[in-house]
Design a protein around this ligand. Sequence first.
Ligand SMILES: [Zn+2]
Length: 158
Amino acid sequence: MTNAAAAAPADTDSKMTLIGTAWRRFEVTTGRLDDAARAAFTNGQCHAFALAMHEVTGWPTTALITIDFCLEGDPMCTGVEGDECPCRIGHIVVTRPDGAHVDITGAHAPGTVPSCENVPALKMTETHWKAIHAGRVWRDADVAAARTFVGPLLALLG
Ligand SMILES: [Zn+2]
């Protein structure tokens, strides 16, 4: 991680603004797993939560391919065939050892992640992460904020 936001500490119970898809702003309270947090981490900051979950659990990150075709002119497009192109990633989760896909909304059987039903899933590669972190399409991953929600989510999962 090289971005400044990832290095900044975040306490629990502080108000933070997360920047999501289309520069939408989400006001969350760190460590409070509520609708605001679920909105932020399903609308542009899912990668931050996946990275934070990966740090804590070691579970691999998984791309959900929600976009059917490469779009011409997409800065993330590498032009590779099939499902592999980073420009087609719509959501990022971690895969639990039992195969469940885990995001801020909980643990889901593959193919049942909310808003990403029945889409291809593939292991995030270094190439995928480089494209995501290039910062032209996806916002900077606010991993410091995301880390405060890992404990609450794991507690919820039991
Ligand atoms: Zn593409």
